[in-house]
Design a protein around this ligand. Structure first.
Ligand code: ADP
Length: 256
């Protein structure tokens, strides 16, 4: 089966550390592209921490099979955002996936080959943090399909940015282009006085992009409505017009 050949653009979302907002950004990219009229798939290969079903309020949904393969779970009635995640295969999302590398790699390969996405404009792939076996499996499997490349998500502080530097090296070594770097949790704008506090410092992601000559896709501020939307599976882009985080997400998506 070769369902990925019907996908126009493939983007992999990477981060050096957990908790920097990688899955959040993957979801916002999918929603932003959908809002721009694109048909989007989101593949969650973070097998040990699948958070995408919750972020779309799709917990408890089942995967169905058709003659062509697994059908994604659709977020909307029009079937323009499809999601595939190991979370749909677990009886309970709180179950731990205790698998060794080969089993995880086999599952990822199956996700990449057997999901019947149909004609997608964009497939966004959310990965586990770091650079592990799973990433190598994804990169190797995708190379034949000329993916657009990887988006690297970081928070602004030096420790997180250092990890993203390693992600950049990983992309170069595996031959995957870098679409760009996103600096997430970049300052907090007070909703009362509009003053911006740089809780996790500022500018590390932009500086890293400049140093390495890769595109900078933007700085997304901390926004408690974004946390809330992600926790409850609401569409942040529809429910928070005009917020600084939404504007930044909008600019990021336009650069893809
Ligand atoms: P990762 O995938 O890197 O582990 P997540 O996407 O799961 O990180 O995000 C971790 C937490 O941070 C989530 O609760 C999410 O809602 C929150 N979060 C991410 N980005 C932002 C942001 N810009 N503003 C507010 N909360 C955010």
């Amino acid at each position: 089966m070769n369902h990925l050949s019907a996908v126009k653009h493939v983007i992999i979302v990477l981060s050096g550390k957990g908790g920097v907002g990688k899955s959040t950004i993957a979801v916002q990219i999918a929603l932003g592209l959908h809002a721009a009229g694109k048909k989007v798939g989101l593949l969650d290969v973070d097998l040990c921490g699948p958070s995408i079903p919750k972020m779309f309020n799709l917990e408890g949904r089942d995967i169905h099979q058709c003659p062509e393969g697994w059908l994604p779970v659709y977020v909307d009635k029009e079937q323009r955002i499809g999601v595939m995640s190991i979370g749909f295969l677990l009886e309970d999302l709180n179950d731990a996936v205790v698998w060794r590398g080969p089993k995880k790699n086999a599952m990822i390969k199956q996700f990449l080959s057997d999901v019947y996405w149909q004609d997608l404009d964009y497939l966004i792939i959310d990965t586990p943090p770091g650079t592990s076996d799973e990433h190598i499996t994804v990169m190797e499997a995708l190379r034949a399909y000329n993916p657009d490349g990887a988006i690297l998500v970081t928070t602004p502080q030096a420790v997180a940015v250092g990890d993203v530097r390693r992600e950049l090296t990983f992309c170069h070594k595996t031959g995957i282009p870098v679409v760009g770097i996103v600096e997430n949790m970049s300052g907090y704008v007070c909703p009362h006085c509009s003053e911006c506090t740089n809780i996790f410092s500022k500018g590390g992601g932009r500086a890293l992009a400049q140093q390495n000559n890769v595109p900078f896709l933007g700085s997304i501020p901390i926004d408690r409505h974004l946390t809330l939307s992600v926790d409850t599976g609401k569409n942040f882009l529809e429910s928070n017009p005009g917020s600084p985080a939404l504007t930044a997400i909008d600019h990021m998506v336009k650069k893809l």
